[in-house]
Design a protein around this ligand. Structure first.
Ligand SMILES: C[S@@+](CC[C@H](N)C(=O)[O-])C[C@H]1O[C@@H](n2cnc3c(N)ncnc32)[C@H](O)[C@@H]1O
Length: 245
């Protein structure tokens, strides 16, 4: 109980009214996280940097990490203190960061704007369709939060079994985990049940095929040994014809 007394906000995950996080960010609570989210770090490791949106950026731990790694980052949060600190850190490090005080409900996500959308420990459910629409084809969403079952440990929890998969059903799942692990935002410093998702917006198929690394237009041919292949809308197809070399 000592730890709770030292941390008057009962549950960080249930907060979110504008400015509600300000006292937390203005203080030096041990619940604050400075390191970027590990799932995010791993998700972008082999990705070409592009435009990233950090939803509910807090003090900017993820936004700063992304900016350091070449991403053009936009972030917002309803906490003006969090946004102030994120901007100050970007200035201190000489990084470009677009950050504003805004709410998840009001922010204009746009259509096919982002190569990456970060949703770590954020109220995600209501905005999932907006997030999908705002991703560019080939862009990814990175989500981490508590499973409902974590209520056995701490009175918080967001997603039921496989719920994240249903929320982002239109996306291609690159990684999904449902594990007992230490959350980034932890008052109790205990393992809780977490869910993690990295999912990519599919790139629409265009006509044409590839043969030996070269583009072949729809209707084009290729020889595989003596067999003649034809590029159909769904891909290569064997013909009954023989290939003359
Ligand atoms: C647990 S913190 C997580 C911060 C950050 N995503 C991270 O992982 O470090 C939750 C943050 O979401 C913000 N937040 C909660 N509800 C919000 C809303 N409706 N609109 C904008 N920000 C919100 C809070 O102000 C707080 O900074």
């Amino acid at each position: 109980m000592q730890r709770l007394a030292a941390f008057p906000l009962l549950c960080v995950c249930a907060l979110g009214q504008p400015g509600e996080y300000n006292p937390l960010y203005a203080g030096n609570s041990e619940v604050l996280v400075r390191e970027p989210n590990r799932l995010l770090v791993e998700a972008v490791r082999n990705r070409k940097p592009g435009r990233a949106l950090d939803v509910g950026m807090g003090q900017g731990r993820n936004a700063i990490f992304l900016a350091k790694n070449g991403w053009a980052v936009t972030g917002f949060d309803s906490s003006d203190e969090g946004v102030r600190q994120a901007k100050a850190e970007a200035v201190r490090l000489g990084l470009q960061l677009t950050a504003s005080v805004d709410t998840i409900e009001a922010f204009a996500f746009g259509a096919e704007q982002w190569d990456l959308i970060v949703l770590t420990y954020e109220p995600t459910k209501a905005i999932a369709p907006k997030v999908v629409g705002a991703l560019r084809p080939g862009g990814i969403v990175v989500v981490e939060d508590r499973h409902l079952d974590t209520k056995r440990v701490w009175p918080a929890g967001t997603f039921g079994d496989n719920e994240l998969l249903s929320l982002f059903a239109g996306l291609r799942v690159l990684r999904y985990e449902d594990v007992w692990a230490r959350p980034d935002w932890s008052v109790m410093k205990l393992d809780e049940r977490l869910v993690r998702l990295v999912a990519e917006k599919p790139i629409p198929r265009t006509g044409g095929c590839v043969w030996e690394g070269k583009a072949v237009p729809a209707g084009g041919n290729a020889c595989w040994e003596t067999a003649l292949l034809r590029c159909e809308p769904e891909g290569w197809k064997f013909t009954r014809e023989k290939c003359e070399r």
